[in-house]
Design a protein around this ligand. Structure first.
Ligand SMILES: Cc1cc2nc3c(=O)[nH]c(=O)nc-3n(C[C@H](O)[C@H](O)[C@H](O)COP(=O)(O)OP(=O)(O)OC[C@H]3O[C@@H](n4cnc5c(N)ncnc54)[C@H](O)[C@@H]3O)c2cc1C
Ligand code: SF4
Ligand code: SF4
Length: 477
């Protein structure tokens, strides 16, 4: 039946969903909020009961991680369909679903405000921005409070967490609430991981991050910032210090190199360092024309930030086509709207110099061949298609890897260097050592890191409870 309040485009899209459930099976929000959220049934509701869907809190619980979109056999993009519905709801003044969603998040997710800003992108609703901002401001004023911890907790075993990104913070918060003494070891001077280091402030205001981290301090979590495991303390020393379980969540902070001539020149910078410098108010001199190499979200953030830093022209160079870009399409669209240019099917082969500084890039055009191991068409150089581009700065954003050299040698990692874990318990092959977040999945999203931290916390609790019971039984022998 035709619905006057749901645009035709939404009905056209939803009818292609054949309810296979793959989106639901791959959705981190379903694992986090199983009784509250299910994209497959939300899509069905949008098709069958469109009016009711507009007032449904579930509409506001999609975290825009894009995991489902990459897997849907029908090529449907649930986050984009939900966004159209949200825009419609706001246009009609239907606001209760959003309010209820914020309450669900506040109750069920350890860092609800971080999630709202970094994952849910509430600013994307076309109408009603003001109302959304009002609710979020109110939430920020009444932050989630630290739960009371049992004075007489049985949980005396110390837990160490290495890394204070969303995975580490989540595990710390849940374990501290259960009653464990938790210490976080963090290399940087302040906690927050990528949320502080590289995420642009226009996405996550640092006041929000601060208020969420304060809750951890209120819970009694010890934050040993400025302490890099390897340089300032070794992994063995942590173990010898009596920590019975260790959760490693150091993310993916090593930028990949281009491996071309000229990479060592002044004004060739890696994107994470560039964003970090901007976030910590360090001086960055970009010149007028900036080239960004890469096609993921980090490349897009670096490009938008370069414009905000005063660059006159920012060009992204990507070796595949728009279709293969790993960046979220709406982020790409927003960057282009702001003035970022993108050259597709182009790769740099040499960075030219003048007096030790970048002068430009020599590039070659590419064509796409057969599918490669990533499931995308493999880019191949077109002979004789070289061309030059004048640039003042080159920002490299071609991906990140993780660092495991400070961990025991027998820790299992895969071919790409990512740590292997049991996906249900986050246990590594070493007893008492758990891992999660980007260092396991590769660069992913905040919501996936939060989910990993939650799973790790509950299985660390089970592991320590098992050990304690064993020890009690031995004492009783
Ligand atoms: C520029 C940028 C923008 C992003 N934007 C978004 C977004 O909008 N939405 C979204 O969902 N995701 C976004 N992400 C991805 C998201 O930030 C990550 O997926 C998430 O932070 C991973 O969390 P984590 O806890 O695994 O690791 P991280 O957040 O990387 O934290 C790891 C921490 O470990 C510390 N560490 C590393 N080595 C050591 C050591 N040896 N000893 C002690 N500490 C150590 C690091 O300093 C860091 O603080 C973005 C990422 C980047 C780079
Ligand atoms: S994966 Fe695609 S087809 Fe399957 S339920 Fe989800 S939206 Fe529908
Ligand atoms: S975009 Fe992410 S959170 Fe939203 S429905 Fe898909 S998998 Fe779930």
């Amino acid at each position: 039946m035709e619905s006057p309040i749901i645009p035709k485009v939404i009905r056209e899209k939803t009818k292609y969903c054949f309810e296979c459930g793959i989106c639901t099976a791959s959705c981190p929000m379903v694992e986090l909020l199983s009784t509250h959220y299910n994209p497959r049934s939300l899509l069905q509701k949008a098709l069958n009961e469109p009016e009711k869907t507009l007032d449904d809190d579930k509409l506001w619980l999609c975290a825009w991680c894009y995991k489902c979109y990459k897997r849907c056999p029908q090529g449907l993009k649930p986050p984009e369909i939900f966004q159209l519905l949200k825009n419609r709801a706001m246009k009609l003044g239907l606001f209760n679903g959003f309010k209820r969603a914020t309450s669900i998040m506040k109750e069920k997710v350890p860092f609800p405000l971080i999630c709202w800003y970094a994952c849910f992108h509430p600013e994307r609703a076309e109408i009603g921005d003001k109302k959304i901002t009002e609710v979020l401001k109110k939430l920020a004023k009444q932050p989630k409070l630290a739960k009371g911890i049992e004075e007489d907790s049985n949980h005396k075993d110390k837990v160490a967490i290495i890394g204070s990104g969303p995975a580490g913070l989540t595990a710390a918060s849940i374990l501290a609430e259960i009653g464990y003494p938790v210490t976080i070891f963090e290399a940087l001077p302040e906690a927050g991981g990528m949320l502080r280091k590289s995420m642009p402030k226009y996405r996550l205001p640092r006041k929000v991050l601060e208020s969420e981290i304060q809750r951890l301090r209120d819970l009694g979590v010890k934050l040993r910032t400025g302490t890099k495991v390897s340089k300032d303390i070794s992994f063995d020393e942590i173990k010898q210090d009596g920590y019975k379980a260790i959760f490693v969540a150091v993310g993916a902070h090593k930028s990949r190199k281009l491996g071309i001539e000229g990479e060592e020149l002044e004004r060739v910078v890696d994107a994470l360092d560039f964003l970090w410098k901007v976030n910590t108010q360090q001086q960055v001199n970009l010149g007028k024309k900036v080239g960004i190499i890469g096609g993921g979200n980090v490349a897009i953030d670096a490009a938008r930030t370069a414009l905000l830093q005063g660059a006159k022209e920012v060009i992204i160079l990507y070796r595949r086509s728009r279709e293969e870009m790993l960046a979220n399409p709406w982020e790409v669209a927003e960057a282009e709207k702001e003035g970022v240019k993108i050259k597709f099917l182009v790769t740099p082969v040499r960075i030219s110099e003048k007096e030790g500084r970048v002068q430009g890039l020599k590039c070659v055009r590419m064509k796409l061949g057969v599918l490669d191991e990533t499931g995308r068409k493999k880019p191949m150089p077109i002979e004789g298609s070289e061309f030059s581009l004048k640039l003042d700065t080159v920002i490299v954003a071609i991906g990140e890897t993780t660092e495991t050299t400070f961990l025991p040698e027998n820790l299992e990692v895969d071919k790409g260097g990512w740590v292997q874990v049991n996906p249900f318990t986050m246990e590594t092959n070493i007893a008492g050592v758990f891992a999660g977040g980007d260092m396991v999945t590769g660069p992913a999203t905040v919501i996936e890191a939060i989910l990993a931290g939650k799973k790790a916390a509950y299985s660390i609790n089970q592991y320590l409870t098992r050990i304690r019971k064993k020890e009690e039984n031995h004492c009783g022998d």
